[in-house]
Design a protein around this ligand. Structure first.
Ligand SMILES: NC(=O)c1ccc[n+]([C@@H]2O[C@H](COP(=O)([O-])OP(=O)(O)OC[C@H]3O[C@@H](n4cnc5c(N)ncnc54)[C@H](O)[C@@H]3O)[C@@H](O)[C@H]2O)c1
Length: 256
């Protein structure tokens, strides 16, 4: 019970159905409830999210789904309000929603650039800003932001994604500095290539898969659970002296 009685809000967490391919948010939700947390799954894929929350409840867990477009200030205010009305507190925020539009710089449109920056950089900023007052009220909390290995090194395929993830990396450290004294810990997680709904189609192209495997020293791609285990550590009190850090989970990719 590493998260006993904690209230956890997760974004981009609709893919959370056992027996189907889960994303990092979905896998984290399963670990969180196993460890005693009450979870609020959010996403823009409402049907999937509702089904996932219902399945968690059927297994005896405390879970609900709320629509949350992370780029909407107003939507963030509504969701935090709903969480506080229902639970009276917020302990954990997993800022995890994401999109991915590969393309060479010359082929990138301003619309794609804006979308990448909005969902990742702006989404994480809005979520962090919305959660801080709620966390302050109960003496602290943990915010985990999903960056990427591409938020540390350059991406050969996705420059806008890499720029957006890089923004998350340094925003996380800046926010961590500002709220450390209030016991609000803010860390980033940096997954390498992992099989999830976001990457399913692309990573299952045999040529692309081989390229990714060649770049990954451990010789396999990651699973959503590989990442969720790191997120669980950052969410729990076991990481109580960890803030502003980059947790890389990438099978050795960025060690090269
Ligand atoms: N899978 C990988 O290899 C990999 C590697 C590094 C980082 N990431 C990052 O991990 C995070 C989770 O992705 P995943 O791979 O688990 O796939 P996923 O498809 O399970 O998660 C992404 C979710 O974000 C949601 N989303 C998109 N736009 C949104 C918006 N505006 N508001 C709210 N939700 C929105 C999608 O509906 C989707 O459910 C993303 O930030 C992604 O960039 C993934």
């Amino acid at each position: 019970m590493r998260l006993k009685s904690k209230i956890a809000l997760l974004t981009g967490a609709a893919a959370a159905i056992k027996g189907e391919l889960m994303g990092f948010g979905g896998a984290a939700a399963h670990l969180f409830v196993r460890e005693g947390a009450k979870v609020i799954l959010t996403d823009i894929r409402d049907d999937l999210g509702e089904r996932a929350a219902a399945a968690l409840r059927a297994d005896g867990h405390d879970a609900r789904y709320l629509h949350l477009d992370v780029t909407s200030e107003q939507n963030w205010a509504q969701v935090i309000d709903t969480v506080l009305k229902a639970h009276g507190r917020l302990d954990i925020l997993f800022n995890n929603a994401g999109v991915s539009f590969p393309g060479k710089v010359e082929d990138l449109t301003v619309e794609i650039w804006d979308r990448e920056l909005n969902v990742h950089a702006k989404g994480v900023f809005l979520g962090t800003r919305a959660a801080i007052p709620a966390m302050r009220k109960n003496g602290g909390g943990s915010i985990i932001n999903t960056s990427s290995v591409m938020g540390i090194v350059g991406s050969p395929t996705s420059p806008a994604y890499s720029a957006a993830k890089g923004a998350i990396t340094t925003f996380t450290k800046s926010a961590a500095l500002q709220y450390a004294k209030e016991n609000i810990r803010i860390n980033s997680v940096h997954p390498g290539y992992a099989d999830t709904p976001l990457t399913d189609r692309r990573f299952n192209d045999p040529t692309i898969r081989q390229q990714l495997l060649d770049r990954t020293p451990m010789g396999r791609l990651g699973t959503a659970e590989d990442i969720a285990n790191g997120v669980l550590f950052l969410a729990s009190d076991e990481s109580s002296w960890v803030t502003g850090s980059e947790l890389v989970i990438d099978g050795g990719m960025t060690a090269q």
